[in-house]
Write a protein that binds this ligand. Structure first.
Ligand SMILES: [Zn+2]
Length: 322
């Protein structure tokens, strides 16, 4: 009892809101998990769950597999989200807009490929011409939070407000309402799915319950929302990330990252499945790294029966054909 009252005292000091959001975060506030009743752990697990597989028997035009390339245009928000205004750090993000995106668009144009760009609302406001160019060149612009906020830290009301703001901003700047979302840092909260339903989105690409597309269940109820699953393995950030001030520098050589990505692609090809690759313009856009993306693209294009599509195209196809 003493433990509970001190926990709620801390919660009320932190924020005036009722303690409900702490439950939503799933950050373990309250009783230790070993003391939970079945209803509680089962309820937590069933909140957002993978439903029926949406892997089609055959991909578009008889293709054997599907490749969905995505770029999360975090740019300056990878610094702003922490409340930092350091010009030095902001410049690293600015690189994504100034050098990364143009280089990526040029590469995609040369290989005649379409991709999806997940863009925070603040990035769209900072770089509206970039979003218009991305759309004009046939790519998809989709949601990626407002300022790359940590979703689990938000109350439901704040999360709803930021999602609506992001939705309206992308609709205005990109010229059409977004149909998909990738939650920043894949930090999907217990209130994210109902908000996705409220916005009427077609798909999410933030969860990791399968290699293949599936339908999201909301407390056991089928939602019709397509999940295009992701994984840190198929993401450039963990391999190339570096923090100058800490010992965190798991630097991986570009050639080794290419090897991992290629093995993931080959596995998807063998399964006749989906290969979703997540990259960041301020990370993959550097010279030594864009080179491995081009090599990977050449390799994948060299295989027969590979369908390259945007996330929106994949989600629509899976929903109609699975
Ligand atoms: Zn991001």
């Amino acid at each position: 009892m003493r433990r509970r009252s001190s926990a709620s005292a801390i919660a009320s000091k932190r924020a005036p809101a009722p303690p409900a959001p702490l439950h939503a975060t799933g950050n373990g506030a309250g009783d230790p998990a070993w003391a939970w009743e079945e209803r509680r752990w089962r309820g937590a697990v069933n909140k957002v769950r993978a439903g029926r597989s949406l892997k089609p028997a055959r991909w578009k035009n008889g293709a054997r597999m599907c490749v969905a390339l995505s770029f999360d245009s975090d740019h300056e928000t990878s610094t702003l989200r922490e409340g930092s205004t350091s010009p030095g750090r902001l410049a690293q993000g600015e690189y994504g807009a100034r050098a990364g995106v143009p280089r990526i668009l040029e590469l995609l144009r040369r290989h005649d490929l379409r991709a999806s760009f997940f863009v925070p609302g603040v990035v769209a406001e900072l770089h509206p011409d970039e979003q218009r160019r991305v759309v004009a060149e046939g790519h998809e612009v989709a949601m990626h939070g407002w300022i790359h906020e940590g979703t689990s830290e938000l109350t439901e009301g704040v999360e709803r407000d930021l999602m609506r703001r992001a939705f309206d901003t992308l609709a205005k700047i990109a010229g059409r309402p977004p149909v998909g979302v990738r939650v920043p840092s894949w930090d999907f909260s217990a209130t994210t799915l109902p908000l996705i339903r409220e916005l009427g989105l077609l798909y999410d690409s933030s969860l990791m319950a399968d290699d293949e597309p599936y339908e999201l269940l909301d407390d056991g109820e089928p939602t019709g929302i397509v999940e295009l699953p992701v994984e840190w393995i198929k993401d450039d950030a963990p391999y190339f990330g570096m923090n100058r001030a800490t010992a965190i520098r798991p630097y991986t050589a570009p050639a080794a990252v290419l090897e991992i990505f290629r093995a993931e692609f080959e596995g998807a090809l063998a399964d006749g499945g989906l290969f979703v690759l997540t990259m960041h313009p301020h990370i993959i856009g550097h010279r030594s790294r864009i080179a491995i993306l081009e090599e990977l693209i050449r390799y994948m294009k060299g295989m027969p029966g590979v369908w390259f599509a945007t996330h929106e195209e994949v989600a629509r196809y899976c929903k109609a054909n699975a």
